[in-house]
Design a protein around this ligand. Structure first.
Ligand code: NI
Length: 176
């Protein structure tokens, strides 16, 4: 099921998500929904808080830009190490139409539970490394615009408020 993606600024996007106690069918259903929602929006990553669920679950699929990459779902991801530096022009499905350079580590090693509850470790580089850092940020209540200048952030905030107002208007008065 495609879920509605919250648009920043939203109080839920500032909250810290909670660890998942058990990877059960409800978590697997959430993972399915996150993938479906991410693909419907042409994204390469999505975190559960973006659909209003404050649980430590993220999905990633950078294969559109990294042909060797495969879809991966991570429950309770923990970053074990960060190496090097990369500046990447990031976007976010919760901040549509915006992109800004963000400084990140170039290589990330992350430990997580897969959809079967098995512990996995992944060493990622390039876009996947950026996406892991971006999505795990969401679990801490942080979005990429928290990493840019306050001037740029406030301009984006204005545009997102306008976008939300337009969407609310469309919902109230659907086109005849
Ligand atoms: Ni995002």
């Amino acid at each position: 099921m495609v879920r509605e993606i919250l648009i920043w600024p939203d109080p839920v996007l500032k909250k810290k998500a909670s660890p998942v106690a058990k990877v059960d069918d409800s978590i697997r259903g959430l993972i399915d929904d996150l993938f479906e929602t991410m693909y419907a929006a042409d994204g390469v990553g999505l975190a559960a808080p973006q659909v209003g669920v404050l649980k430590n679950v993220i999905v990633l699929d950078t294969s559109p830009r990294q042909p060797e990459a495969r879809p991966v779902a991570m429950v309770n991801p923990v970053i074990l190490s960060l190496e090097g530096a990369i500046t990447y022009s990031e976007g976010c499905l919760s901040i549509p139409g915006e992109a800004e350079d963000v400084d990140r580590a170039a290589i990330v090693t992350v430990e997580y539970l897969d959809a079967d509850g098995q512990s996995q470790t992944l060493r990622a580089e390039g876009l996947l490394a950026v996406a892991v850092q971006h999505e795990t940020d969401h679990l801490k209540g942080t979005v990429f615009v928290d990493h840019i200048s306050s001037l740029k952030r406030e301009l984006i905030r204005k545009r997102m408020k306008r976008l939300k107002a337009e969407r609310a208007e469309q919902r109230e008065a659907p086109p005849a």
